[in-house]
Ligand binder design. Sequence first.
Ligand code: C2E
Ligand code: MG
Ligand code: MG
Ligand code: MG
Length: 281
Amino acid sequence: MALPPKAGTWRCFEPALEQRLLTLSHYRQALRTAAEQHQLFLVYQPKMELSGERVVGAEALLRWVSPEFGFVSPADFIPIAESSGDILRLGSWVIDTAIDQLEQWLAQGAVPPDFRVAVNVAALQLMQPGFADGLITRLAHSRLPPGALEIEVTESGLMQNMELALVQLNQLAAAGIGIAIDDFGTGYSSLAYLKTMPVSVLKIDKAFVERMDADEQDRGLAQAVIHMARILGCETVAEGVERPEQVALLRTMGCNLVQGYWYSPPLNPEAFVEYCQSQNG
Ligand code: C2E
Ligand code: MG
Ligand code: MG
Ligand code: MG
């Protein structure tokens, strides 16, 4: 039974809100134990060279299959982990696992020697002052050349603390680690800032790619990103490629790499190796 609130105290009258808060803390708690209980794993989506259609890299994507909730999308649980700070621990696990995986693939000869793996890095990770140092040290303790690792950061991730982001990105880039701007074109980064950043890849957001064969403006925007990348000396990766029409357009536009369901969904490590071998011979 609900009691009336005392004057000057705050109460939550909104049952839906209360429920949401409960659910949120419940999710947070579940996510916290997920790592220990092996409910988290990485899948890898191939990145294809558009000229030869060879697999030249992969994006590592985090998956959570919970006994309680089933499959939970990273679009839902990453923001939860960011809000609790758990993304820091989770993010290091992702980096460690992706590095271990690539070492193993290279040792087996399952991927080409110049293969690159990209990991997504959340704003909060980038805002930890020791992030770049930690990553460089971790990589130095591996058998990978620094160029084998790329981080994907979003524009909003960079904008949260431009100065600190720039210091860390400069460190990472100087060590040879690739820097990709993810979902490019959907954030607010200014061209002036972009010029000062040691960016090596622009990833054209799938929103533009999705409609590029039907919408002239989206096609124009995708082309503009490719032009801009060339001016900045960056590569371009188109994400969310689902149809051959998009591939044909991207090829004429001079895009470098493509990623999307047309080629392959994200795959578990075994399936990834099979795909690589079937494509690269
Ligand atoms: P993102 O980094 O932009 O990743 C691309 C998303 O597009 C992935 O969704 C991928 O599965 C999906 N995708 C790939 N090809 C296609 C396609 O052809 N069509 C469509 N419609 N979608 C495609 P996913 O795996 O659900 O991840 C969603 C987002 O969650 C990621 O977006 C990234 O921002 C975040 N995320 C995933 N793993 C991690 C992680 O380890 N750390 C962090 N911080 N964020 C992560
Ligand atoms: Mg990404
Ligand atoms: Mg993206
Ligand atoms: Mg995205």
